[in-house]
Design a binder for this molecule. Structure first.
Ligand code: FAD
Ligand code: NAP
Length: 323
């Protein structure tokens, strides 16, 4: 593995709203900062149609907000390179970040790797993934003009993205309970939309296809056990999120589900390792909260590095006196 020569003050892993904000705060504090990202900067914002709860914009397209955040983040000298981080090794006061064939040395690291979509785990889901099964309305919605869609889930993502999909298609939201989990404003909009219908108390048990593409879903009502088959051309699955933290499990900083545990300053149990945004164990996962976490972590990383420098200088002075 090739280790880069430069020793960074801070390496931020993941360039979603949390990671970008952390990099902005760290670089603006004059810390040498590297942003490692394995995809396109923006994280989940790239998969979000419209954002209407980010202050400063009445409404803005997710990818546009991502681009604007990236531009403002990079103005203070942070570096950004591609990197798919597989491991962090603690080596005294250094943290070694392993990403593919490269490794990077840093004093502090901020983990901002977000979450990924939970799979439904039913027959047909894997087989028709990309051929009618999707987890991203913004990416795939336009392929379904004039068609019929099932959307699975009852949270913010299912109801908001389901409503977004009505500009292309008729949408049936299949939810396992008789009430939605989504925010009230998102629910109200869906209830008012004539192109959205609901199948309550029901599970999608199978996704059917003709070998090439999705043709329908098999739905079971949990109260009556009645099984029905509904003809649809696509299935959008939004049944929750899981932490993107496999690379950090051996550090012992996650809970049983893999969410990273921090205090209110975004510090994990290991000094110099911070975690922010959706990957962190917390209640409200939003762009605003990821950004807030990022600001706090950037700021605390600065304080941590100042302390580290003071400690090293004091140790050096003590060693010189002893000589
Ligand atoms: P993410 O945005 O998930 O970014 C994490 C980044 O880390 C990604 O770019 C990923 O590629 C990178 N990464 C992961 N692992 C690695 C690795 N090992 N190495 C390198 N890079 C890695 N919130 C709102 O406030 N308003 C909304 O309207 C809204 N709509 C949403 C719609 C949908 C469909 C979804 C799923 C979520 C929505 N949210 C919304 C929630 C919001 O998107 C998240 O809370 C927010 O993006 C979390 O930011 P983050 O920086 O923690 O992580
Ligand atoms: P979520 O809030 O966890 O909702 C998941 C939904 O899927 C729930 O309704 C759940 O049902 C259902 N579900 C879970 N497992 C299932 C299964 N095996 N079979 C069928 N249904 C299942 O996840 P999310 O909607 O993806 O939201 C993730 C995060 O992003 C949240 O923090 C959310 O607030 C945020 N977000 C915010 C916005 C916004 O602010 N505009 C938009 C999108 C997302 P139950 O309700 O019965 O548990």
């Amino acid at each position: 593995m090739e280790q880069t020569e430069k020793i960074y003050d801070v390496i931020v892993i993941g360039a979603g709203p949390g990671g970008m904000t952390a990099a902005l705060y760290a670089s603006r504090s004059n810390l040498s900062t590297l942003l490692l990202e394995r995809g396109i900067p923006g994280g989940e914002m790239n998969n979000t149609a419209e954002v209407e709860n980010y202050p400063g914009f009445k409404s803005i397209l997710g990818p546009e907000l991502a681009e604007r955040m990236y531009e403002s983040t990079m103005q203070f000298g942070a570096e950004h390179v591609y990197g798919d981080v597989k491991r962090i090794v603690v080596d005294g006061d250094y943290r070694i970040i392993e990403a593919g064939k490269k490794s990077y040395k840093t004093r502090a690291v901020i983990i901002a790797t977000g979450s990924y979509h939970r799979k439904l785990g039913v027959p047909g889901e894997e087989q028709y993934n990309g051929r009618g099964v999707s987890y991203c309305a913004v990416c795939d919605g336009a392929f379904f003009k004039g068609k019929k869609l099932a959307v699975v889930g009852g949270g913010d993502s299912a109801v908001e993205e389901g409503t977004y999909l009505t500009q292309f298609a008729d949408v049936n939201i299949v939810h396992r309970r008789d009430e939605l989990r989504a925010q009230k404003i998102i629910q109200d909009r869906a209830f008012k939309n004539e192109k959205v219908s609901f199948t309550w108390d029901s599970f999608v048990e199978e996704i059917k296809g003709d070998g090439q593409k999705v043709t329908g879903v098999v739905i079971k009502n949990k109260n009556t056990n009645e099984i029905t088959e509904k003809a649809v051309d696509g299935v959008f699955i939004y049944v929750g999120i899981l932490p993107q933290s496999d690379a950090f499990r051996d550090l012992g900083i996650t809970d049983e589900e893999g969410w990273i545990i921090t205090n209110e300053h975004m510090e994990t149990a290991i000094p110099g390792i911070f975690a922010i945004g959706d990957v962190r164990q917390k209640l409200l996962r939003q762009i605003t909260t990821a950004v807030g976490d990022g600001g706090e972590a950037g700021n605390r990383a600065f304080a941590y590095i100042e302390d580290l420098h003071d400690r090293l200088a004091a140790a050096e002075a003590a060693a010189e006196t002893a000589d």
